[in-house]
Design a protein around this ligand. Structure first.
Ligand code: SF4
Ligand code: SF4
Length: 244
């Protein structure tokens, strides 16, 4: 069991070294379906909801000044009970603990890949400069909602961690089926109406200085959103009916 230093994943702090295995000197670049399936099962064992894969283009790498190509995204769904707690410092602390509890397992996934001959390194989960959301968008499996949240089909209340790796033959997608969400959001606006802090500007962008999601754990825009209340598939069906 890894002991988690609560300061483990903090802004401006380097990642702790919880790896038990070093990266191989000559990393492999191709993974078999069986091994990838094993990695998926490993993630499920620790209650991660699913895995996505991002292939970063040369342009993207240049924009963000990074030199890796292949990213594996491990997603988990935040606990319902916690999400529904009233915003408070205590809630924030519990959310942080949940995040850290999932986060330590990422080192085990990296070690699993390393011991199988692949390079694997955790990306700092709180590095705003890197924009993990932009990397998530490169998976073509998510979309940024009007409430500025990264929506995957699994849910709106996702947390995620990322590993960059030498594996070139991951099942990358290059078409995003979720672009319709932008149009749906433009007809909805519930998050804006229900925000207790009035944290949206005149262009309907979330004002991070006013939003209390990080300070107090406010989740109102998640809890009131149709994607959270009904789920992705039901909202999509409703949208398709609306468009007929
Ligand atoms: S509440 Fe409505 S507008 Fe806001 S993110 Fe959800 S679907 Fe989009
Ligand atoms: S988290 Fe709360 S304060 Fe922030 S935008 Fe959503 S509803 Fe508003």
């Amino acid at each position: 069991m890894i002991n988690v230093d609560f300061e483990g994943f903090r802004y401006h702090k380097p990642l702790p070294n919880f790896y038990k295995i070093n990266n191989p000197e000559n990393p492999r670049r191709e993974i078999s379906d069986e091994l990838l399936d094993e990695l998926n099962q490993f993630a499920k064992k620790y209650n991660f909801s699913s895995i996505s894969y991002s292939k970063l283009s040369d342009e993207f790498k240049k924009d963000f000044n990074i030199d890796f190509d292949n990213v594996i995204i491990f997603k988990f769904l935040m606990g319902d009970e916690l999400l529904k707690m009233q915003p408070s410092r205590e809630k924030c602390k519990l959310m942080d603990e949940e995040f850290q509890d999932y986060g330590v397992h990422i080192y085990e996934f990296a070690d699993f890949l390393r011991e199988n001959g692949f390079q694997a390194d955790l990306l700092h989960p709180l590095d705003d400069g890197l924009s993990l959301r932009a990397i998530a968008m490169q998976s073509c499996e998510c979309i940024i909602t009007r409430s500025n949240i990264c929506l995957f089909k699994d849910g709106l209340h996702n947390g995620f961690f990322m590993i960059h790796t030498s594996i070139d033959n991951l099942p990358f997608k290059n078409e995003n089926e979720m672009l319709w969400v932008e149009d749906f959001c433009s007809t909805c606006g519930v998050c804006i109406d229900m925000c207790p802090e009035d944290a949206f500007d005149e262009n309907e962008k979330v004002l991070r200085k006013i939003c209390t999601a990080h300070k107090e754990g406010c989740n109102v825009c998640i809890l009131r959103c149709p994607f959270f209340k009904r789920g992705y598939d039901k909202v999509k069906k409703r949208y398709e009916r609306m468009k007929k």
